[in-house]
Design a protein around this ligand. Structure first.
Ligand SMILES: Cc1cc2nc3c(=O)[nH]c(=O)nc-3n(C[C@H](O)[C@H](O)[C@H](O)COP(=O)(O)O)c2cc1C
Length: 393
């Protein structure tokens, strides 16, 4: 393949991964993903911006077939889906240096065993001249590892952002063609990878807000030729204001909990509260994470199993806790047979969230009249809390 031209002397040399179905051995990928690398041919120096997952290194090298010399490999992030092919690039280009920050160097050394002498480290704000093109490095730590940084190509107004603004979307298009599709793919990416670092991203967006950006070139998914589309989506996702949504992941073995879930969902809808319901036996964890991006309230539905919550309910609670969504309220509903520590265990797994717990509704066996009344009360509490936030009328 010939490198794909983006602008004069700037090329795409990355790889779509059409058939990848799982990321981080965790999040389903309905639309695959891509590992983007970019080649910049300056008048004096040549730079490769990141590489690709090692499983796709042949694609990268087919793009580089006619490139006889590379001076710099810019490494924004030491994770192997971007850095994993760096050792092969260094082998093919013996005088190439890896350009990264000191933390990146440390992580690349430990993860890929790249020798000390192959590195050049750069400071926050430092520039590197390629002759007629200038790379400016901007540290953006903790989006989502400690070493993450972005690069601004000054003359061409391109911001290379690596994982920041990325989307899980394999496409043959260089640029975003359908913003609705990419919005979903970028939100899936944000929900799993970026959401835990919401407040840090707020600070990092401040750092890049004065740059004159024509293109945002991430390391996953298509290039944004309308940068405001993804910047505005991020501003919404990282904001502290939740939306009028209850996320309700549940599991039920013999339907008692499910009857409660169905009843509560109907009552919430009647009150104008939006609900996103997920049966944990079959749900896409990525979709749950996406729903958590905006939700004001989380309600976990679980029976008591072996003296605690069903393991799948515990798993989703743990996940919500580490993803640190902006939710303000949590409750639990479910059925038990004789007793256990369901509530206690769930609460002890929510310590990262500063949420108010709304009275849980745990019922013995099949729910009856009084239990439905308690569910009415729960729906009313959720509604009035959302009303106090001004997110439902
Ligand atoms: C494998 C298994 C383990 C259970 N362990 C407990 C338990 O430790 N404490 C308890 O109160 N009920 C226990 N139960 C009973 C269920 O919590 C009870 O039947 C409940 O109504 C099931 O809700 P569901 O219909 O939503 O699945 C257990 C049930 C099963 C199938």
């Amino acid at each position: 393949m010939k490198p794909r031209k983006i602008k004069e002397k700037i090329y795409y040399v990355g790889a779509p991964d059409w058939n990848r179905t799982l990321f981080d051995a965790l999040i389903p990928l309905p639309d695959g993903t891509s590992y983007n690398a970019y080649l910049i041919l300056g008048s004096e120096k040549t730079a490769l911006i990141d590489t690709v997952d090692p499983s796709k290194k042949d694609v990268l090298f087919s793009y580089l077939a006619d490139i006889v010399h590379i001076d710099y490999v810019i490494s924004h992030h030491a994770e192997q889906d971007h850095s994993g092919s760096i050792p092969y690039v260094l082998e093919k280009y013996p005088s190439a240096k890896v350009v990264t920050n000191p933390k990146g160097k440390e992580l690349l050394k430990s993860h890929l065993h790249i020798p000390d002498e192959r590195f050049i480290t750069v400071n926050d704000g430092e520039e590197l001249s390629l002759g007629d093109k200038t790379l400016k490095f901007i540290y953006t730590p903790w989006v989502h590892w400690p070493e993450t940084m972005v690069t601004y190509l000054v003359e061409d107004k391109i911001l290379f952002t690596c994982d920041l603004f990325g989307s899980h979307y394999a496409t043959s298009s260089l640029y975003v063609e359908d913003e609705k599709i990419v919005y979903e793919a970028a939100k899936r990416y944000y929900a799993e990878i970026m959401m835990p670092f919401r407040s840090i991203i707020q600070k990092n967006l401040e750092k890049i807000k004065d740059l004159d950006i024509e293109l945002i070139a991430p390391s996953h998914g298509p290039i944004y030729n309308n940068p405001n589309f993804i910047i505005n989506a991020y501003k919404d996702w990282i904001s502290d204001e939740p939306k009028n949504i209850v996320v309700l992941p549940y599991i039920s073995m013999h339907d008692s909990t499910k009857i409660m879930v169905d009843y509560l969902v109907d009552r919430l809808i009647e009150k104008g509260v939006n609900v996103e319901v997920f049966d944990l036996a079959v749900a896409d964890i990525g979709k749950i994470a996406m729903a958590l991006v905006d939700a004001a309230t989380i309600v976990i539905g679980t029976p008591t199993v072996l003296a605690g919550p069903h393991p799948k309910a515990l798993y989703v609670t743990y996940l919500a806790n580490v993803l640190k969504p902006k939710a303000r309220f949590v409750s639990v509903i479910g059925s038990y047979g004789w007793g256990g520590r369901t509530l206690e265990i769930l609460k002890s797994n929510l310590t990262n969230l500063s949420v108010e717990i709304i009275n849980p509704v745990l019922v013995k066996g099949l729910p009856e009249k009084e239990d439905f009344r308690l569910l009415d009360e729960l729906a009313e509490s959720v509604y009035s809390k959302h009303k106090d936030l001004g997110i439902v009328s």
